[in-house]
Design a protein around this ligand. Structure first.
Ligand code: NDP
Length: 251
């Protein structure tokens, strides 16, 4: 069988947290697969750098969309979705990748403000985004794919991971509820992906004593991110997957 080198041709894909780490690599991967990528993140300069990487390879021109997921005014999310609608008319995929680590501390001493911030960005912001983007996903001409980003500590609680761990459990819950709501009623597929330990700023913050060279790079898990976003995974819905395992299966 000849593999399709451009499985995302003519598709519009939103990637959150596209300025750094896994999100930047995923945005570049999707652009190489033919997608027009909307780059969402908090830091404009970082998004511009990802834009330049995509432009340097003469790939479909991306769009830069600075947005802070700490925003708690729901109207801002509605306006964001309206702006995407005006420019693109539909969405074929969303990678909900942006997230923050918060503190590594026992619950007894965990800062209330940090807890609120992590839950706002990692859970509430994702909910508000997906709520307002759903009509655009449902307007996709073919199938559309939503990927939530989980973590090992979102599937098994671990001491000192506090709000981050709890927020990733909530992410799995969000995925399951949405997947069940869309089951048999929509061409929108919804899954969660645990990247596994990956060499990024967040990983270095979580494990300061670790040698970064010993941790796999984001590039290594991209086959899983591409497969789940593309029509090739059309029958996968409502599943909690591990990127490392999936990438190995696909190799
Ligand atoms: P990074 O810290 O490298 O990148 C996180 C991204 O999220 C950045 O682009 C950041 O942009 C964005 N972001 C953070 N806060 C906000 C905000 N308020 N509004 C908009 N964007 C925001 O992390 P990784 O690439 O390592 O992580 C990506 C995802 O993978 C996360 O969800 C993480 O929990 C998950 N993960 C990562 C693992 C790893 O080993 N790396 C393991 C398991 C899960 P900016 O800095 O501009 O705010």
């Amino acid at each position: 069988m000849v593999e399709n080198a451009q499985p995302l041709a003519d598709r519009v894909i939103l990637v959150t947290g596209a300025g750094y780490g896994i999100g930047r690599t995923a945005a570049l991967t999707y652009a190489r697969a033919g997608a027009t990528v909307i780059l969402l993140g908090r830091t404009q300069e970082a998004l511009n750098d990802t834009y330049d990487l995509i432009e340097a390879e003469s790939l479909p021109q991306p769009a830069v969309l600075p947005f802070d997921l700490e925003e708690s005014d729901e109207d801002k999310y509605r306006l964001l979705a309206e702006a995407i609608d005006e420019n693109f008319g539909h969405l074929d995929g969303v990678l909900l990748n942006a997230g923050v680590l918060g503190q590594r501390a026992p619950l007894q001493t965990y800062h209330w403000e940090t807890w609120q911030k992590v839950m706002q960005i990692n859970v509430n912001g994702q909910f508000a985004l997906i709520k307002h983007l759903l009509p655009l996903l449902q307007a996709a001409p073919a199938d559309a794919s939503v990927i939530f980003t989980s973590s090992s500590v979102g599937r098994q609680g671990r001491a000192y991971w506090g709000a981050y761990s709890v927020s990733k459990f909530a992410t799995e819950g969000l995925m399951q509820v949405l997947a069940d709501e869309l089951e048999n009623t929509s061409q929108v597929r919804v899954n969660s992906l645990n990247p596994g330990g990956t060499r990024t700023t967040m990983r270095a913050m979580a494990y300061p004593a670790e040698d970064p060279a010993s941790v796999p790079e984001a590039e290594d898990i991209m086959p899983a991110y591409l497969y789940l976003m593309s029509p090739q995974s059309g029958d996968i819905h409502g599943q909690a997957l591990n990127a490392r395992d999936l990438a190995e299966t696909l190799a």
